[in-house]
Design a protein around this ligand. Structure first.
Ligand code: A2P
Length: 330
């Protein structure tokens, strides 16, 4: 792309949409024009970007008839289902944060540190993976390349910001003693709820199956055995994950630590003697994936346990999407 791109933010008034704007600004993403889009409810409101106010437009069938190069979508699955193909038909490259297109074989599912090359075969839509999957992929990729992963067990501790404004409000109200349940089936304050997204016939939740299926697609290896339990916890920002991995090849714990530390996007925080390990509150507002509690799993031959934390709205959503856009304009 020789000229600076024109960009559109679809869902500009939402939690992820507003973080798109922060991240674009922080990373000084080059652009010519920017268009802010949301539902009819927000049409006419203004959002501020790089010190300038922009009027929000209602998204409709004609929104992409202007000269737009890249659109960052975070306005829910049904909006993406309808409008991403319309945008793509108009020549726009869509980076979609919803789960709508992730498993479509025609759509690359991308974590730039892991599989940026897949961007090349996009046909107008590129999918941003699930927040819990993204932070896990950054960690699994260098280890899979080196030791070949046989099996992974994910156990997640996920922040309420992943449920948008309603999730945040349920926790805020819950901490004041009001058991509001707008985002969840049970009060979130004082609870760990092993129920993210809907339950499926196989007994897993949809969130758990997203982690399993997306791991296979992003690593390009369906032979890896993956299982997951995803849990919502009373934390505002950043998802934490316990990841247990079994490898084909023998591992050395110090070498694992070094391999992770040398991979782009990872910060190793692993000094238990000084109480240093990744923490949700420290990760909040940053773009990196933090790894610690790196230790051998004694119960199997070549196993390791890790504790992995990242800001779910940043690396788990907005930052990853902006990184994809950066690859597009390279
Ligand atoms: P709006 O604020 O006008 O409802 P969150 O996930 O934080 O709730 O944000 C969802 C984002 O998606 C908001 O910007 C919201 O706009 C936008 N959105 C929701 N439904 C639609 C729709 N049908 N068309 C366009 N934007 C939508």
């Amino acid at each position: 792309m020789s000229k600076k791109p024109n960009i559109a933010i679809v869902g500009a008034t939402g939690v992820v949409g507003s973080t798109f704007l922060k991240v674009l600004e922080e990373r000084d993403f080059p652009f010519e024009n920017v268009y802010m889009m949301a539902s009819a409810k927000s049409a006419g409101k203004t959002v501020t970007f790089k010190g300038k106010d922009y009027v929000v437009e209602e998204l409709n069938e004609h929104s992409f008839e202007k000269d737009i190069d890249i659109a960052l979508f975070s306005a829910g699955g049904s909006t993406s289902e309808k409008y991403a193909p319309i945008a793509a038909k108009c020549g726009v490259t869509v980076v979609d944060n919803s789960s709508q297109w992730r498993m479509d074989p025609e759509v690359p599912l991308v974590v730039p540190e892991v599989n940026a090359d897949d961007i090349k075969w996009n046909k107008g839509i590129i999918a941003n993976p699930n927040c819990s999957t993204i932070q896990a992929m950054v960690v699994l990729k260098p280890l899979h390349d080196k030791y070949t992963i046989k099996r992974v067990v994910y156990s997640t501790y996920q922040a309420v910001s992943g449920s948008g404004v309603k999730g945040i409000s349920d926790l805020e109200e819950g901490l004041k003693g009001n058991d509001k349940c707008e985002a969840y089936a049970h009060p979130i304050a004082g609870n760990c709820i092993p129920h993210i997204d809907v339950f499926l016939e196989n007994g897993y939740t949809k969130e758990e199956m997203k982690m399993i299926n997306e791991t296979h697609k992003i690593l390009g290896d369906d032979t890896i055995k993956v299982t997951a339990t995803t849990v919502r916890v009373p934390v505002f920002d950043s998802h934490s994950e316990s990841i247990n991995i079994e490898f084909e090849k023998p591992i050395d714990v110090d070498e694992v630590r070094e391999t992770l530390a040398n991979f782009p996007g990872i910060v190793v925080q692993d000094d238990p003697a000084n109480n240093v390990y990744p923490l949700a509150r420290n990760a909040a507002g940053t773009n990196e994936v933090y790894v610690g509690r790196i230790r051998r799993d004694f119960s199997v031959e070549n196993g390791i346990n890790l504790w992995v934390v990242a800001d779910n709205i940043r690396k788990g959503a907005a930052t990853n999407a902006v990184q994809i856009a950066e690859e597009l304009i390279k």
